[in-house]
Design a protein. Sequence first.
Length: 273
Amino acid sequence: MTQAGIGAVFDRAAAEYAEVSPVLWDRIGEATVTAARIQPGERVLDVCCGAGASAVPAAKATGPQGHVDAIDLAPGLLTHARRRAALEGLENAHFVQADATTWEPPEGRPYDVVQCVHGVFFLPGMDASVSRLARLLRPGGRLVITTWAEGAMEGFGRVLADAVEHVRGTPPGSPSSRQAASRIDTEPELTTWLTARGLTKVTVTRSPLHIPLDPPLAWRFVLGSGFRGMLAGLEESAVERVRTTLWRLLDERKLSELDATSLIGTGTRHDPR
């Protein structure tokens, strides 16, 4: 899927994305900012910021003397993020519709922290794209990458894929992001990958998250995440059949919780001093 296509999927998902944020995205974003150890006054770039799950707590952590640039391709998500920041009284967070592969710091000033929560595997040429993001850091700055742990979301995704196949008659294709994500879904793999991006002092922490499922929440997870892409091209009546089939399969397979466990990797740009 192209960058424009990815942006369109998440733009359509904006309302449901915001609805599930308190139980899913916000909890992961808070864990990421804790791992980033953002200090008052620091400059932060939040890549693939979504509805502000990590950008808003980053803005709180860096305080009024700091600054957060938060970028995403989906204007609908950015609208939610701006509204949330305004409600929090945060004037130091700036949300911009922009492509992470071409973003440059305003006035050329490097960042103290670049963070990306569940977004790097959507970037074209993940390795080169993230190496470029690391170069937006000052020497000694921190890159923070959050990705799914091995097995996370897979059980739920498999049931959804089976529901789509039942309705469509053919299995949905595997997105390229899944292959990219599978390369960095264990602690050793993420550590090695961040080190290969030229980072030092790499650490990876596991952030467990298991969310009890009921049918309405399960469907909101579908509509408020990248899973929504599986529904592309289906008529409204077919989408409704996917929904009811999903509920039935979740019950038959006794899948009562969503495993949303993440890995949070941090590394430091080499400081030649």
